[in-house]
Design a protein around this ligand. Sequence first.
Ligand code: FNR
Length: 184
Amino acid sequence: MSKVIGILAGSLRKESFSKKIGNALIAMAPDGFEFKVVSLDDLPIYNQDFDDHNQIPEAYTVFRNEAKALDGFIFITPEYNRSVPAVLKNALDVGSRPYGQSVWDGKPGAVFSNSPGNVSGFGANHHLRQSLVFLNVPVMQQPEVYINKSNELFDEKGVFKDERSRVFLQKAVDAYIVWFTKNA
Ligand code: FNR
C-alpha cells in the first residue's frame, strides 16, 4: 500500500503561490507514495472550549481524521511578518489536540518556505520548525528548502516557467522521501 504524504500550504488565498507549489508537488511523488493536498480553508481558529465541552466543529473532525490517516507531511509556508501565517499555525494547533491525540506525533515532515521576496520565508521556515520540534515531527534538516521569487515560478496554467525550479523541487522531494524512509 502507498504511503500517503499530506501537503499543507499555509495560505487561504485563491491564487496562493504556496498552494501552486503544493499542487506542483503532486506529480513528483515516486512509486509507492501518494501526495495529497490537505485543505485548511474551513478550519475555525482553535478554541480549547470546543474540545473541553465536546462542541467540536465538524471541520476539526474532518481535518483531524484526514491528518491521522497520513504518514508524513510537507509544509509549504509563506511568511507573514517574519513568521508562520496564522492559518498554518492554527492547523498545527487543531491537529495537536485533544491532549494525547495529536495527529502529528512521530510522522516525518519537511518545511518548504517561499516568498516573492529574496529572503524566501526564512523566518517562517524556522518558526515552523520550532513548533514541529515540540510536536515530535522529525523535520528534514538538509536540504533546507527556501524558494524566492514565488510569484515568478508558474505560468497561468500552473506550469513551471523555468525547468530549473522544477528540478530543484524534485530534488527536495527526493531527499524528503529518503528522510521519510529513514524516520518513519
Ligand atoms: C506578507 N508578505 C511577506 N513576505 C515576506 O517575504 N516576509 C514577510 O514577513 C511578509 N509579511 C507579510 C505579511 C502579511 C500580512 C501579508 C499579507 C504578506 C508577502 C507574502 O510573501 C506574499 O503575500 C505571498 O504571496 C503570500 O503567500 P501566498 O498567499 O502567495 O502563498
